[in-house]
Structures are given as structure tokens and as C-alpha cells.
Design a protein around this ligand. Sequence first.
Ligand code: AMP
Ligand code: ZN
Length: 509
Amino acid sequence: MPEKIFRIYNSMTRSTEVVEPAQPGRLRFYACGPTVYSYAHIGNFRSFLTADLVLRTAQAIGWETAYVTNITDVGHLTEDDAADAEGEDRMAKALRSKEGERFANIWDLARYYANTLLSDWQALNLREPDARPRATEHVARQIRDVARLLEKGHAYETAQGVYFSVASFPDYGKLSGNVLATGLDEGVRDVVQDPEKRDPRDFALWKKDPDHLMVWHSPWGWGFPGWHIECSTMAQAYLGESFDLHTGGEDNKFPHHECEIAQAESLSGKPFARYWLHTRFLQVEGEKMAKSAGNFFTVRDLVGPESEGGRGIHPLALRLALISGQYRKPLNFTFDQLLACARHIQRFEEAADLAAQGVARNDPGEDALGEPLARLYEQALAAMLDDLNTPEAIAAAIEGAKRVLRDGRTMGGATARSAQNWLEKINGLLGIVAQETPRTAAKTAGSAAAEEAFAREVEDLLRQRAEARAQRDFQRADAIRDQLAGMQVEIMDAPEGTRWRRQISNPVS
Ligand code: AMP
Ligand code: ZN
């Protein structure tokens, strides 16, 4: 394969650049994940999907990848805090809300929404990261970083907390261009009203608050860490002091990413990430998504079964809709477009069915599609390498599916095999043809039908295992047990029969 060039728009240099990983052929990157105080909404997923497309494009050109994305399960300050000096964070607020009533404490709430994040992630066919660190599991390291910032003179302590001193980092503002205190109101998550703060731009590294719902012990007493330190600490813990690329939504650029850079580079003296990629916000029917506007959708609002209040939309149709615009332009999500996407997904499925049938027919024939499909794949890949130009890549994918459907039932084996290979490659690149982990996805999609199908599959395997054991074929029985373990099913043999349950997986790998 001739060497491929991957270009992205680097928010740091404000120009489109060739991505050159520090270690050639190995892209190391970090994507800001969600705060788990509620179900993730489709706007959040637009940003997560950008990271997924970076991953897929890098892998499509044969690069190795080290991909880390976090879960923010420590509550941070809400907008209300600016006015309300008592302080409350998004998670504490969620716990006190109507939906919060079913959780016994904040830890239960965080765990529940982190699990639903993972199911939505799989339903929308996002590939798994190499690590998914949780903020709550890395507080000791965050405390250590805060202590080091104090030692190095980049931070100071007040009666209320520990702050990063922006004046101690002359490069502050290099990402966002924002060197004044303006804009902080939008980023209120870490704006703390503290009369002892030396500069209004200084942001919290540690908040002293023994009465907070989540507290840890630190050299500055009981309290909790700031939001920005969580990401820079975990990124450096998993990817090293310097890595290639950092992604997030456009609102992350300031103050979150600006503050991450200040912390990380003050600690290491080295550039933190070399490329910064920001996804523009998703709008719904032309407006900002807001609960009050009635246009606020979580993933499950759309893909959940109707019996559970969802709209029964095919998850891949939602994925296609969310990636249908290039990440650098605002995207307007509409129901008309979602329905059009559902029709495209249906065509991909029909194409995959026809190809499978053609391969099974055992009549080789001439390969009529190999060449045109290879060209269309190259077009799609070239579009993705050009700053993730998804509209062009998707157009090539749709054109290919059309060609497969046109040859349809008359496809000989060779053509069908080409069609199948092509669909698999296009799926690898864009993830819009089929769920890559059908079992896990079905298991977690939350629909009753999917649950049933999963249970039937497990029961069937258990029956086969019981038969194997009855025939003293322990090798086969063990193989089936391993297969079940791979499906995250734990089995318990008891005198009255075998019971099974799903393992709660620990996503931190
Ligand atoms: P949060 O849970 O608020 O920390 O958000 C998780 C990620 O989703 C962040 O990277 C945000 O920038 C991103 N995000 C939030 N709202 C939207 C939106 N409407 N469109 C695209 N990305 C968003
Ligand atoms: Zn972050």
C-alpha cells in the first residue's frame, strides 16, 4: 500500500496539517468523555464519534493506535454555582432531581449512567478504547499532580481550595486565544467564587469541602479535585507526558483544554498534545439542543424500543445521521434526515444479505464488481484522510451499495465475494453497515427483542454444554464455557441445573 497521508485541522495551529505521530505509524490520542450525571445525548455522541472516526481512519491505513477516553464520574460545578456560593455540582443536582430518586447515593447514580454510556457506545458501533479511565479511580494521582504543581510554584492554596496560577504559565491562551478572564462564564464548571483568588482566571485544582457527596482525603483536607486536572492527569497516566492528539467538543477548547495544557505542560515542561481536534456542536431541527426547547434527545430516546418510550430507530441509522456532516461544521440533526439514513442502512443490510447469498450459491462466475468497488473504497478512504470528510466518504459507500444491489440476485460467487469484502472494509472505515460486535451490542441495546435473542443464544449454548458433559466430552464443554465467557456470561453449576448471569464488566483495561 503506498503511504497514505492523514490530514486534520489542528485547532492549536489553526491550520490543516499532516498527522505525523511521534512514533511513525502509531497514533496515541485522548478524547474527552462524558460526565455521567444523566444519559448521554446525541450531541455528546457527535463528539465521541469524531474520535471513533479518527481511530478507524488511522487503523484503515495500517497504523497502530493507543486510544484513551475517560468517564467523568466526579461531579463538578454547575452554572448555578456562580450565583450560589453554597456550591452544588451536576451529579449532586441530578441525585436530588426526580430521576435521581431511584439512586441510593451519588456512587450508584454515577455507576448507572456510566453503564448506560457503555451500552449506547456499543449500540452506535463505536470501537472500544484501549483504556477508559474513570476520574474517581485516579484521584490519588490527581492529588499527586496538584501537590507537584504547588511545589513548582504553579499553584497556591487558600482557605477554600487550591488554584492553578494562570500567571505562572505564560503560554496560557495558546489554544483558544483567550488570555483574559472573558469567556469563563461559559466554562463555569471550575469558576469558583473565592475572595482569596489572586487572578480571576485562576482555576480550581482542588476544592475543600468535607460535606460534598464525594470526598477524598488530601494534604489540603477533605474535598474533591477540579475538572481539568482529571483529564490531564489521566491522559498523561495512560499516554505519557506527550502524545499525539487530543479531541473534544468545541466547548472543551476553553477553558477545559486550555487549562489541561497549562497543568500538563507546567508539570512536564514538554508539549502536551501536538494536535487538537474539536467537534462543532450538533443542533436539532436548527436549534440548540435544550430540554426546554423539547428538542433534546438521548441515544435511547431514539433507538430504544417503542415499548420503553423510545422511537425504535435503527442504531446504525442514528450513527449515520450523526456522522453525515463533517465534524468541523455545525450539524443540523433532523428527523427527515434520520429517516433517510434508516433507508440507507436498510440498503446496506440488503446488500450484505445478497452478497452472503451469492457466496453461498457456489457458482463462481466472473468478478464484475471487484474493480469499481475497490475504487469506491479508495475514494471513501481518501475522503476520510482529508480531515474526516464524512459526506464524501458516505456518498462513496452509498454508491457502492447501489452497485451491489443492482447486480443483486444474479451475482456470481466471485462478484458476491468482492461485494462482501468491500462491505466489510467500508464497515471498518465508517461502521455503518453492521454492528461489529453484534452479540454485545444486542445484549446492551436494551430492547426486549434483543434481550430475548441474547438469552436464547445463551440457553442454546448451555444446552450444548450439558450434552457435551453428559457425553464426557469435557474439551467441548470447556470450549463452550469459554465462548460464554467471551460473551460476558458467567455460569454457575448447581445440583438443580446451570444458572447464568451477565458479568458487569470493568471497562478500565
Ligand atoms: P460533557 O458530558 O458535558 O462533559 O460532554 C461530553 C462531550 O460532549 C464533550 O466533549 C462536549 O464537548 C461534547 N458535547 C456536548 N454537547 C455537544 C453537542 N451539542 N454537540 C457536540 N458535542 C457536544
Ligand atoms: Zn476532558
